[in-house]
Design a protein around this ligand. Structure first.
Ligand code: IYR
Length: 226
């Protein structure tokens, strides 16, 4: 064995990978696209309960996301307590009232018109579960702050995987940003190193729930070949 064995390649294990045929790949990729194309942001929820184990599996899936230097700079707060939901709803609606009555531009309000949103957020209390995703800006080791790397990219990817896992489980969700979201860290009593990233109500849609009739961009509009 060479003495120039790489100093950095310590603790490596064999990749768990099994190749599949291109035919299978084509089928899998098409089926997965069809599954993902049925995902919609939902604002009309049922109060039907969802077992905690399902929510935990969903969060485990999100926790498999890649992250800068594998720092895993995320915390997923899983909220079921009606009192906390009530506090969150009240604080979120307070911010949203400000947003809708002056903080958002005319153009912004106009762009939101097709979605029928307003400052009322009853779903925060209707849903069985709220996930609040926090990004961990830094870690503190021996009293010293060490910034995490590519935090927004890492937490954004993990949140995308979270939404995918929710949809794959057969549930619906909404990506909600009642900005500014500082009130969430206060209510959830999160450490100083954490900032709220996204609030995600999760559950079943209410019976006959409706969603806006939106169209997705065609492949040729989102792809560019070189
Ligand atoms: N946070 C507000 C406003 C809002 C903004 C955008 I951009 C949206 O895509 C949807 C809503 C709200 O949740 O109502």
């Amino acid at each position: 064995m060479s003495i120039f064995v790489s100093m950095t390649k310590t603790n490596f294990i064999k990749l768990n990978f099994s190749a599949i045929s291109e035919q299978e790949m084509l089928k899998n990729s098409e089926e997965f696209y069809n599954l993902m194309d049925r995902r919609r942001s939902v604002r009309e929820f049922s109060d039907k309960d969802v077992p905690k184990e399902i929510m935990e599996n969903i969060i485990k899936a999100a926790g498999t996301a890649p992250s800068g230097a594998h720092k895993q700079p995320w915390t997923f707060c899983l909220i079921r307590d009606p009192n906390i939901k009530k506090q969150i709803r009240e604080a979120a609606e307070e911010e949203e009232r400000e947003n809708y009555s002056g903080r958002m531009s005319k153009r912004w309000l106009n762009d939101l018109n097709p979605f029928g949103t307003d400052s009322n957020k009853p779903f925060i209390e209707t849903v069985p579960w709220i996930i609040v995703v926090f990004k961990r800006v830094y870690e503190r080791t021996d009293g010293v702050k060490h910034n995490n790397y590519y935090v927004n990219e890492s937490v954004g990817i993990a949140t995308g995987m979270l939404l995918t896992a929710i949809h794959n489980a057969g549930l619906v969700s909404l990506t909600h940003t009642p900005s500014p979201m500082n009130f969430l860290a206060k209510i959830m009593q999160r450490p100083e190193s954490e900032r709220a990233f996204l609030l995600i109500p999760v559950g079943y849609p209410k019976e006959d729930a409706e969603v806006p009739d939106i169209k997705r961009k065609a492949l040729k509009e989102i792809i560019s070949y070189f």
